[in-house]
Design a protein around this ligand. Sequence first.
Ligand SMILES: [Zn+2]
Ligand SMILES: [Zn+2]
Length: 443
Amino acid sequence: MSRVSGVSGVTGVEEERGVEQERGLIAARIREVLAGPARPVALRGARKVDASGVTEGFWLVTSGERIEACGVADGAHGGVDGGVTAFDMACIEYGVAPSDILDVSGFILVPGYVDIHAHGAWGAAFDDGVDGIEMARAGHMMHGTTRQVLSLITNPVDTLCENLATVRGLMGSRSDILGSHLEGPFLALARKGAHDPECLKDPEPELVEQLLEAANGSLKQITIAPELPHGLSAIRQFAAAGVVPAVGHCDADYAMAGRGFDAGARIMTHMFNAMNGLHHRKPGPIPAAAEDPRVIIELINDGFHVDNAMLKLGLGFAPHRIAFVTDAMSATDCPDGHYLLGALDVNVEDGHARLVSNGAIAGSTLTLEKAVQRAVVELGMAPTDAVEAATLTPARALGFEKANAVTEYPLGLLASGYAADFNLLDADTWAVRSVWCAGRRVK
Ligand SMILES: [Zn+2]
Ligand SMILES: [Zn+2]
């Protein structure tokens, strides 16, 4: 997706070019940092917030790409007896130079955010080849999303295969890319959202095979309307191949959604959006996901895709199973204006993207930084729950909370043995100040 117009006048255009150039440099720097070596990191004095709780005076020491040691300050000045502390010992053991030790008192430290559903940012989409992926990833990385599944929008099958192969090719050198998510082409026509209706298909077994082959192990998630003629068999086929199927963009009722989960679907794609809503006599797919402890539920917390009143209600449906996703498109962190989504015209006004043709919502301009800020500051969600929804829960949806072949070390908590992914946040606003991914400082 690319921007067509927005700011008028020569100065505006020049300003925009300047921003684009600067962002290109940031994307290139992030590529280099991720390809380079990780240096030991030592932080102390933080207020740690993760799914396991809030801890004051928290410290951690990393080596390579993982957290080696962490703990709580022994006392205000050095150890209990004024001697060497566990922190000092860890710094010596893992070779942290004294000048590299950061005192982060007054800041919040959270695990790196994990977004399992987004399409782009900074004027670029994950369907736009290597350059587009690097630019869009940089946009999300600067907002604290250290690891991301790249969602690919519905396209002709050959294009989808190319895009899957591109993601596969990048995964060797980019540890921040967790794999791909195919959002389509197996979606219900009646619930297509901003996906091209011309490209929607029934998931026949040969087609499923073709996509699996093109992805070559990089496909992590696929959204499927279970009521399609081959919907349930495709869910079984993808699950057997190690892909996590997601129920979404569907016209399914309660019973059909339940059959989808029984067949192996383990995610609900952006709850409330592009599916039947809640009705007291026609419960629809949402209660089927809420009552099933195997299912992680995606939620777009931007206050626009889902009204705040329904967000608050939805957050209570499935404690520890709500994953914040952004569903962010290329206009994320960009000015309002006229954009193209594939071949479709999109207008972005006040950060809200809609198709010009029928007004359908065309993705969000949300970042996980904003989603967590909204949750804590506007919705009054408990900080540990808000952080869990942007870290451990999305990681759990795809098995990244355990040691795995992609990230090696588990994601989602600030604890020994976990990946060295963390964000330093402003204590009042929860704005992301600094970011480390796989032991490398990227912001
Ligand atoms: Zn969608
Ligand atoms: Zn999407």
